[in-house]
Design a binder for this molecule. Structure first.
Ligand SMILES: [Zn+2]
Length: 517
């Protein structure tokens, strides 16, 4: 048990340590002001997003759209004076994209159906028009009852799960204060569902299941559908009226099976089909899907660019900022993660435009394949930083001072998750201070879940994700058909770019690297 006098001393020491650390953390107010003005007056953040989302559209890993967008990003960064390049990495991914698709009901009356193809679906044999067979397509025993009767057929899965009501709100002061006071990194009530299994375990498990070459239940179902000559499977979206869920089939590797065409359709239209069947009608669907599998290696690239450091002793150290540049099929991938990509590109443009001379090298990385399991960032890490599963390190592990990730953006940035790093908190508190007026003032010990900072964190590099207001992200933007530019907030993006630019700048100018856990 702690003696009361020792306790008091500890509290005083803790207080002094904290206030010293805070006092030492220098903020260059003049630079912050320049960053804010450049971000407001000369912003190119929406222009970036218009190219990424509107011109190139969804950017599925290994697709020509992804590759074209990557070349555009490289040229844009070069135009701003950065030495940008496309960087390949070790992977066994294949690419996929669709060239056209349509789903309609043709009987008992006509309806155009809001649909999205599942990623890694194979094409249909041209246009298919058929009555639907109602079967739970996740249930192999149910499917087997129809053995020999499914050739050329369209299966409709009857499952229609209601999604939970999602609150469309910014974080409240109460939520942010609670997170700020949290003492657990893996807080089950955290702002970002932080009770996650460690990345290292997940990667080991993935490697082992590949070694054994086991056939999963899902494999058995998809092989059955192919053998039986099923033309298409149609499922209901999880979201509200008119919104279509974007889904992925787990067959992204070269040599994987090509599953039969799968579509998710709007929940309200799915329910209409079920009601017609209940009334004794046999609705007919007409549909087609034309997809391409791409195995060209050059399509799998990360986009990297540096602003070189100027200090002879520190220029080999790196302050890194990253965002995944790929998307899934939902909308145009505007919020996830066109917005994150556009924002960090803008942050580097701002720093270039105001003519900073950083001590450390500043590096931007736009990642491939995040939606397929952080493939691009893990590929970079394996190439330059170390092996997460083996626990061995390469040269960059000791040189990267910090990695800031930006995924799922487009709304106000409210602070930063410190991923269990207690030493970094007073520093980030100081970095956020000039942006309290933007509502960005929270640091929390909690972890952020499930995106490209995790690989860096696993190798001991300070690696962080920001806190964003959720607003309608989970209802209207995350992996759905309405992830489009119109739902991304320009003002938020401008402010966020300024915050990111300032964090990068101060980390690059610090005497010491940022403290590790
Ligand atoms: Zn994302």
């Amino acid at each position: 048990m702690c003696n009361i006098r020792i306790k008091v001393v500890l509290i005083i020491v803790g207080f002094l340590y904290n206030s010293c650390a805070r006092a030492q953390e220098e903020i260059d107010q003049k630079i912050v002001e320049q960053i804010k003005i450049e971000a407001q007056n000369n912003s190119q953040v929406m222009d970036n997003l218009n190219y990424i989302a509107d011109v190139f559209g969804p950017r599925i890993t290994g697709s020509p759209q992804y590759y074209e967008a990557a070349k555009w990003a490289k040229e844009r960064l070069q135009k701003w004076g950065l030495n940008a390049k496309l960087d390949t990495y070790e992977n066994n991914l294949r690419g996929w994209h669709y060239e056209s698709y349509a789903v309609q009901m043709t009987s008992p009356s006509f309806m155009t159906i809001n649909a999205l193809p599942y990623i890694w679906s194979n094409s249909t044999n041209g246009v298919i028009e058929s009555e639907i067979v109602l079967i739970d397509s996740d249930d192999l025993n149910e499917l087997k009852k129809y053995e020999g009767k499914l050739k050329g057929k369209i299966i409709l899965s009857p499952k229609n799960e209601s999604s939970e009501d999602i609150e469309i709100k910014p974080f409240s002061d109460h939520q942010l204060t609670k997170a700020s006071n949290s003492i657990l990194a893996n807080d089950p009530e955290g702002l970002d569902n932080s009770g996650i299994e460690p990345l290292v375990d997940r990667l080991k498990e993935r490697a082992q299941s590949k070694d054994h070459g086991e056939e999963s239940d899902e494999d058995l179902i998809h092989n059955f559908l192919i053998e039986q000559g099923v033309e298409a499977v149609v499922t209901a979206s999880r979201h509200g009226l008119g919104i279509v869920s974007a889904n992925t089939l787990p067959y992204n590797a070269i040599g994987d099976i090509k599953p039969v065409a799968h579509f998710s359709i709007a929940k309200d239209q799915h329910i209409r089909l079920l009601r017609l069947i209940e009334r004794g009608y046999s609705p007919k669907l007409r549909l087609h899907l034309n997809t391409k599998f791409n195995t060209e290696e050059k399509y799998h690239v990360n986009i990297l660019a540096d602003i070189e450091g100027q200090d002879p002793d520190l220029k080999n150290e790196i302050v890194m900022v990253g965002a995944h540049f790929d998307s899934n099929v939902g909308g145009t991938g505007a919020a996830d993660n066109g917005a994150g990509s556009a924002t960090i590109m803008e942050a580097l443009r701002i720093l270039k435009a105001i003519g900073i001379k950083p001590k450390r090298t500043i590096r931007i990385a736009l990642w491939d394949g995040e939606e397929e399991g952080l493939k691009g960032s893990l590929g970079y890490i394996k190439k330059y930083v170390g092996d997460i599963v083996e626990g061995t390190v390469k040269s960059e592990q000791s040189k990267i001072s910090v990695y800031f990730n930006m995924d799922q953006n487009g709304h106000d940035l409210r602070g930063i998750f410190t991923q269990g790093n207690t030493k970094i908190r007073p520093i980030f508190d100081a970095y956020l201070k000039p942006f309290h007026e933007y509502g960005a003032k929270t640091t929390t010990i909690q972890n952020a879940c499930c995106t490209d900072h995790l690989g860096f964190d696993a190798l001991g590099i300070p690696a962080f994700e920001w806190i964003y207001d959720p607003l309608y992200y989970f209802s209207h933007q995350l992996h759905v058909s309405t992830d489009v530019t119109d739902l991304v907030k320009e003002d938020s993006m401008k402010r966020n770019a300024a915050i990111v630019a300032s964090f990068i700048y101060h980390a690059a100018m610090r005497d010491e690297m940022l403290p590790r856990k």
